[in-house]
Design a protein around this ligand. Structure first.
Ligand code: 13P
Length: 346
C-alpha cells in the first residue's frame, strides 16, 4: 500500500470546482433509465450513451475529477476503438470502478439488505488496477422504516453493523491494491419519515462506519466518503428548507467524520437535479469544515442529458449541452458559488 499515492488520488477526486460522475449503473439499472426514454438497452447503446458523456469536453476537463464505471464499461471501447478508460484519462479525469455486487435481501430481516461482493474481491481489485481504476465504490443501503417495504422499525442494528463491517473490509482490500475506496452508506430517502429520523439514522450509521474502518485498519487519508444528505423522506408531508438540509447535514458530518478524510462526495439519491445542486451549494456557503464537500452524482448529473438525448443520434449536441450545464452548476456549488441566476442563464 502506498499511502501517499492513495492520498494524492483522494485529494484530486475532490478538487474544488470538480466532482465525480457516477456512471456505474448496473445493466439492470441502466435498462430502467433507458426505458424512461423508450430506448432499448443494448451493449452498443449503453456504450454510445456513456461515450457521449465522456466526450463532453468542458464538463469532463473542468468539472469531473473522476468517473465511476461499471464492469462492462471499464472494458469497453468507444466507436472509434479508443478505450473508454483512455477517453476519461485524456481529460485528466480518473477512472474508478463499482466493485460491489449489489444489495441483496438480508436473511431474517425483511425489507433490509446486505451488500455483497467481498468474496474474490482481492483478485478483482488487482485486475481493475491493471485496467486503469484508481478508485472504487461500494454502496451499502440503509432503509428507514417504511411500512410499504419492511416490518417494524428499521434500520435494525444488525443491518447497520453488517453493512458497515462489509464497507470496512472492502476499504481495507482496496487500499492494499492501491485503490482509493469510496465508502458509501446510503440512507434511503424514499419513505414517509421526517428529517429528524434521517438525521438520527445517518449519525448512527456514520459513527458505526468510522468505528469499523478503524477496526479494519483503514487509513482515512486514502478514503472518500459518499453519504446521503440529511433530508426528509420523499413521502413525508413536511419538507425541510434548503437551509435546514444544509445545516443538519453539516452538523451530522462534523459529529461523525474525522478531519483526516480528504473529502466527502454526496450521492443525489433521487433528489431533483437543481435541488441536489442547491443543497450542496448551501453547505459550501456555510463552510468552516475540514474536508472538501462535492458531488458524486449519478441521476442528478445525467438525467437532463438523458432526456435531451432520448436515444437519438441527432440529439447528441443537446445532450452534451445539458450535461455541460449540470456539471458546471455542480462545479460552482462545490465552491459555494452557484446561484439561481446562473442556473437560469443556462
Ligand atoms: P445517485 O446520485 O443517482 O444517487 O447515484 C450515485 C451513486 O453512485 C449511487 O451509488
Amino acid at each position: 500500500m502506498n499511502i501517499e499515492q492513495l492520498n494524492n488520488v483522494a485529494v484530486k477526486m475532490v478538487t474544488p470546482g470538480q466532482g465525480l460522475l457516477a456512471a456505474d449503473e448496473s445493466t439492470g439499472t441502466i435498462g430502467k433509465r433507458f426505458d424512461s426514454i423508450k430506448t432499448k438497452s443494448t451493449f452498443d447503446r449503453r456504450r454510445d450513451w456513456r461515450e457521449m458523456l465522456f466526450r463532453t469536453e468542458d464538463a469532463m476537463r473542468n468539472h469531473i475529477s473522476g468517473v465511476i464505471l461499471y464492469d462492462e464499461t471499464i472494458r469497453q471501447s468507444a466507436a472509434d476503438g479508443t478505450s473508454l478508460v483512455e477517453l476519461i484519462k485524456s481529460h485528466d479525469a480518473l477512472p474508478g470502478i463499482k466493485v460491489d455486487m449489489g444489495a441483496k435481501p438480508m436473511a431474517a430481516r425483511r425489507g433490509e439488505t446486505i451488500t455483497e461482493g467481498l468474496d474474490g474481491l482481492r483478485d478483482r481489485l488487482k485486475e481493475y488496477y491493471e485496467l486503469g481504476a484508481r478508485f472504487a465504490k461500494w454502496r451499502a443501503v440503509i432503509e428507514i422504516s417504511n411500512p410499504d417495504i419492511a416490518d417494524g422499525v428499521t434500520p435494525s442494528w444488525g443491518a447497520i453493523k453488517a453493512n458497515t463491517h462489509a464497507l470496512a473490509r472492502y476499504a481495507a482490500l482496496c487500499q492494499e491494491a492501491n485503490i482509493v475506496p469510496i465508502v458509501e452508506p446510503e440512507v434511503l430517502m424514499g419513505g414517509y419519515h421526517g428529517i429528524q429520523t434521517c438525521h438520527d439514522v445517518t449519525e448512527n450509521v456514520l459513527k458505526t462506519l468510522y468505528s469499523d474502518l478503524y477496526e479494519q485498519g483503514v487509513i482515512l487519508e486514502g478514503t472518500i466518503l459518499k453519504p446521503n444528505m440529511v433530508v426528509a423522506g420523499k413521502r413525508c408531508p413536511v419538507q425541510p428548507s434548503v437551509d435546514e438540509v444544509a445545516e443538519r447535514t453539516v452538523q451530522v458530518l462534523k459529529e461523525c467524520v474525522p478531519s483526516a478524510v480528504p473529502g466527502i462526495a454526496f450521492l443525489s439519491g433521487g433528489q431533483e437535479n437543481v435541488a441536489a445542486t442547491e443543497n450542496l451549494n448551501a453547505m459550501n456557503q456555510i463552510g468552516g469544515f475540514p474536508w472538501n464537500l462535492t458531488y458524486s452524482y449519478g441521476r442528478a448529473l445525467q438525467q437532463s442529458a438523458l432526456f435531451a438525448w432520448a436515444g437519438k443520434d441527432e440529439n447528441y449536441d443537446a445532450a452534451q449541452a445539458a450535461f455541460n450545464h449540470r456539471a458546471r452548476m455542480n462545479g460552482l456549488a462545490s465552491m459555494g458559488e452557484w446561484s439561481n441566476e446562473l442556473e437560469q442563464a443556462g
